[in-house]
Ligand binder design. Structure first.
Ligand code: NAP
Ligand code: G4F
Length: 334
């Protein structure tokens, strides 16, 4: 049975990746941060109540800033595949917490790589969660593996550092280490303070009469939004290739925040403009105007393709959030 170790397993992608790997017969091991309340809501359905070590999923407390713990875990688990998904992944928060973000995003990735290298297990394959944010306002569209990096926030700067460490470990030590340069991907498990989930949760609360206004920032920003389920499949496919490489994963379509508002409020026949208010606090010192990715390399190398459209994803998110508010979705024909 293959063993995989995932950092960031309690996050959106970590939870879908754990499900995917378990469905493929892997024994999945995950690093979770110790907090005063156990923060494993997205993966607790994969365990018995109160359990940390289930049959196919085993969790360990740890932090990617703690090198010695990472080395212990790699030695103890002896994984064949390591997925480094841990991050302070919120772009705007990275402007407020640049040091912490860099410690986790940049040094955390390097510490994971070092733990793998020092274990001496040269067969271990390493996946790094790189991001379209490395391109920033690149002025080139669409972005692919040849687009020059122009990181426009502390989070993206940390991810550029990590990208190059992964490339270096591949070239210098022969490690099977790949960068998945993933464009935005969302789901009903997306964190509440990312724009898509903020919109679908806000919409559900408006319908439930629990809030009337929805404060947002830049509505003109355009993103290449896919579904997290499709994107974790690309991570796994990348790791199955004979040699490691860097791949862009994207839908190739870009939509604005306004388009996402139309798609979600429109499902219920509501006009978002009567609810959305502008909050200057939510504007970033620098925002990226548009991302749009070209994932031809991944499509040709291992046949990856996105399956879930933006409309289908918005619908799934809206339904999940309405149900969470106890609303009968049938009244909207959903
Ligand atoms: P997410 O939901 O924010 O999850 C981040 C995960 O990292 C959580 O499990 C979090 O734990 C964990 N984490 C944070 N700091 C840590 C630390 N010091 N030590 C150990 N774990 C730590 O992010 P996501 O959307 O799943 O994204 C997964 C990865 O892909 C991230 O690296 C992100 O930067 C990258 N990425 C995401 C996207 C996207 O659109 N979603 C696109 C490109 C790249 P807690 O649950 O305890 O907070
Ligand atoms: O949902 P967002 O916060 O995602 P962002 O900044 O694109 O970053 C996400 O995708 C990256 C991949 O490109 C990941 F690397 C990163 O970890 C994260 O998962 O914001 C999307 C857009 C931005 O232009 C933002 O300015 O929406 C705009 N926006 C408008 N109002 C808002 C809001 N964003 C947030 N979070 N909250 C708002 O109220």
């Amino acid at each position: 049975m293959k063993k995989a170790l995932i950092s960031g397993i309690s996050g959106q992608d970590g939870s879908y990746l754990a499900e995917l790997l378990i469905s493929k017969g892997y024994e999945v091991h995950g690093i979770v941060r110790r907090s005063s309340i156990l923060n494993i809501n997205r993966i607790d359905h994969l365990l018995q109540p109160g359990e940390m070590h289930g049959e196919s999923l085993k969790l360990y407390f740890g932090d990617v800033t703690d090198s010695s713990r990472l080395a212990d875990l790699i030695d103890r688990i002896e994984p064949e595949e390591v997925y480094n998904l841990a991050a302070q992944s919120h772009v705007n928060i990275s402007f407020h917490e640049p040091i912490h973000t860099s410690e986790v995003v940049a040094l955390g990735a390097l510490k994971m790589l070092e733990a793998v290298r020092k274990s001496g297990a040269s067969h271990i394959r390493f996946y790094q969660a790189t991001t379209s944010e490395v391109f920033g306002n690149a002025g080139v569209s669409p972005q692919d593996e040849h687009t020059p990096f122009h990181p426009d926030n502390p989070y993206a700067c940390g991810k550029v550092f990590a990208f190059h460490q992964v490339r270096l470990y591949r070239e210098a030590y022969g490690l099977h280490a790949s960068n998945g340069i993933l464009f935005n991907h969302e789901s009903p498990r997306r964190g509440d303070n990312f724009v898509t989930r903020k919109i679908t949760r806000g919409l559900a609360r408006i319908v439930a009469g629990r809030q009337n206004k929805l404060a947002l920032g830049n509505l003109d920003a355009r993103r290449d939004w896919g579904h997290a389920k499709d994107y974790v499949e690309a991570m796994w496919m990348m790791m199955q290739q004979a040699s490691s490489d860097d791949y862009v994963i994207a839908t190739g379509k870009s939509h604005s925040v306004r388009d996402f508002l139309d798609a979600s409020f429109g499902l219920l026949g509501l006009d978002w403009s009567t609810h959305v208010v502008s909050d200057p606090e939510l504007l970033r010192p620098v925002d990226v105007n548009e991302f749009i990715g070209d994932s031809s390399k991944a499509r040709q190398a291992f046949g990856w393709e996105p399956r879930i459209s933006l409309r289908e994803m918005a619908r799934e998110m809206v339904i999940t959030d309405l149900l969470h508010e106890g609303i009968d979705v049938a009244q909207f024909g959903l």
